[in-house]
Design a protein around this ligand. Structure first.
Ligand code: URA
Length: 209
């Protein structure tokens, strides 16, 4: 069974509280999301493999550690996932960024892929799917499906706020994918919003309604 890691660092929890407040505007919301993404990225990258390389300090030649091999692939689910990219690429500037766009078919209510552009070598990279909200799990499951179809072998899912229902659903279909969240909230309401949540993350990032 995959792991669910709640990144409960006090700074993350404090910043998430500010994001939840209805009075927080788009500018602050975006900045806070970037800051939390960096802090979560620190945890998500904790087990990246290292290798030794020879370097020269001003004093001596020595061996020192660097991250081994191909670096990360970050994949935001459009559109709210875009708000988490800057934090991750600030931490790992060599990360490649793919994009997956999904919409919900009004009749079947199933997510349908409308856009997909991924780095070529995703089978060699640790792929990190980012989306602030894990609600029903439908989009996350579909995005993981897409990455696996294209050859990804090592996938992590990073969400800011998750509903228990969404976590259970992702684990049902993809129990090899670890899920990192800043909070597991109470539930989904009848409209598919997370309670207490923070509203529509895409609208709050981009100032739309
Ligand atoms: N997507 C959001 O942006 N917010 C929710 O609460 C659920 C899904």
């Amino acid at each position: 069974m995959s792991k669910v890691i709640v990144t409960d660092h006090p700074l993350i929890q404090h910043k998430l509280t500010l994001m939840r407040k209805v009075t927080t505007g788009s500018k602050d919301f975006r900045e806070l999301l970037t800051e939390i993404s960096m802090l979560m990225g620190y945890e998500v990258t904790r087990n990246l493999p290292l290798e030794e390389t020879e370097i020269e300090t001003p004093i001596v030649k020595t061996k020192s550690k660097v991250i081994a091999g191909k670096k990360l692939g970050i994949v935001p689910i459009l559109r709210a996932g875009l708000g988490m990219v800057e934090g991750f690429v600030t931490l790992v500037p060599s990360a490649r960024v793919g994009h997956v766009g999904l919409y919900r078919d009004p009749e079947t209510l199933k997510p349908v892929e409308y856009y997909c552009k991924l780095p070529q070598d995703i089978e060699e990279r640790e792929m990190i799917i980012v989306d602030p909200m894990l609600a029903t799990g439908g989009s996350a499951i579909a995005a993981i499906d897409v990455l696996k179809e294209k050859g990804a072998k090592n996938i992590k899912l990073v969400n800011l706020v998750a509903a228990p229902e969404g976590i259970a659903e992702v684990q049902k279909y993809h129990n090899d994918v670890d899920i990192y969240v800043a909070s597991i909230d109470e539930k989904l309401n009848d409209h598919g919003y997370i309670v207490p949540g923070l509203g529509d993350a895409g609208d709050r990032i981009f100032g739309t309604k």
